[in-house]
Design a protein around this ligand. Structure first.
Ligand SMILES: [Zn+2]
Length: 387
């Protein structure tokens, strides 16, 4: 019995692995950098997120509008859906607080929703009610910005791939989904009831939203091949463990890309990046402080995970890659008196995560050969809400 289980899991690993297309060194080196768009004061993508955005408040609505404007102007091919729910909270005095998740999806042209398996890239956009003025730059303003930038880079390559006819292969229809979730934070004290408001409502609704009969995937939950959740990213020197045995293979894929990006000197936060090397006397290469240091760990040693938006999805059988550092950044929830604000972000680390997540998704979507090096020179996006 054990042997059969082992064989079955090996077969599933092989089938998933076979569809994964490695990016060339050249493509890795040419992935566009967020540049000015991630400026914390004026950057068109990041700056509008760096404000209080507690669920149900005008700040939350303004950040949501920023995302919607971004998709409308930059990614018009994406299908955008708002998922609404409401709930009382321990601080709402019996009133219901609205929670609005953004679901942005790009499927191959002409595909049927029940036939597309998707890579879901996920972060929460609400911020914590307390302490007053809490910004949550790593939690999760920066991860949201990473996803917007990644989505745009991937979108251009997906368009090229599908124009080239690669979507005609009906055997495997792959789509990309960005989930920007609301209501992750507790209002008073973290508990099953006071946390993950948006994620719980979405997972519950999707469990019973059926695609047409005889679809390959029964529900939008089944359609998620992998749920990649980013959280608490943007502080220097993160260490992200591999949390789950069933997705350790995906962790290893991401770790491999990280190592390649470091070897190619594309990681700005690396002590061996040319810009940092130039500034120091001792030119001896230093040990790379990998973000994902557990690629080599035995497949049997997995500790418990961390409570976050993936839980309601995982409980319903969705495969999860949780990209969250352990230990948490020192700025976490301002518990140690260090603000989790714009000024405490390590922008090289933010940029490195963006490149890494983009490359991981690009390999997943098999986009080698479809990146346009000229895209780097595109006119910088200006956020209309600032005009
Ligand atoms: Zn938080």
């Amino acid at each position: 019995m054990v042997l059969i289980v082992a064989l079955l899991s090996l077969l599933s690993l092989l089938s998933l692995g076979a569809a994964y297309g490695t990016l060339s060194d050249d493509t890795l080196k040419k992935l566009p950098s967020p540049g000015d768009e991630f400026d914390i004061k004026n950057g068109a993508i990041l700056a509008p997120i760096l404000r209080t955005r507690v669920s149900g408040t005008p700040g939350n609505a303004a950040v949501r509008q920023h995302f919607l404007d971004f998709f409308k102007s930059q990614l018009p091919e994406w299908h955008i859906e708002l998922h609404n729910s409401s709930s009382e909270t321990p601080t709402s005095n019996g009133k219901k607080v609205p929670f609005v998740n953004i679901i942005a999806t790009r499927d191959p042209p002409g595909s049927h929703p029940g036939e597309v398996g998707r890579l879901a890239l996920v972060a929460h956009y609400d911020s914590k009610l307390t302490p007053p003025g809490f910004i949550g730059a790593t939690d999760s303003a920066a991860p949201c910005a990473m996803l917007l930038h990644a989505a745009r880079t991937l979108d251009a390559a997906l368009t090229k791939k599908w124009e080239a006819g690669a979507a005609d292969d009906l055997e495997e229809q792959r789509g990309l989904q960005i989930l920007l979730l609301d209501g992750e934070e507790a209002f008073k004290e973290w508990s099953d009831a006071d946390s993950l408001y948006g994620a719980r409502a979405l997972a519950e609704d999707w469990e019973f939203s059926y695609h047409p009969a005889a679809s390959t995937y029964c529900t939008p939950l089944d359609s998620i091949d992998l749920f990649v959740l980013l959280d608490l990213l943007g502080s220097a020197a993160p260490k992200v463990p591999s949390y789950f045995a069933t997705t350790h293979w995906a962790y290893k894929s991401m770790a491999k890309i990280e190592q390649r990006l470091r070897d190619l000197r594309q990681f700005k936060s690396s002590p061996n990046h040319p810009a940092r090397m130039a500034k120091r006397k001792n030119k001896k290469p230093r040990k790379e402080p990998n973000f994902l240091p557990e690629a080599a760990k035995s497949d049997h040693v997995f500790m418990g995970g961390i409570q976050d938006d993936h839980l309601p999805f995982m409980a319903r059988g969705v495969e999860i890659l949780h990209v969250i550092p352990s230990p948490f950044p020192v700025v976490w929830h301002n518990m140690r008196g260090v603000e989790d604000d714009a000024e405490h972000l390590d922008m090289d680390t933010v940029e490195d995560w963006t490149r890494l997540v983009t490359a991981f998704a690009a390999e997943w979507m098999e986009l080698e050969g479809f990146f346009d090096p000229k895209a780097q020179g595109r006119a910088a996006y200006t956020d209309k809400t600032e005009l």
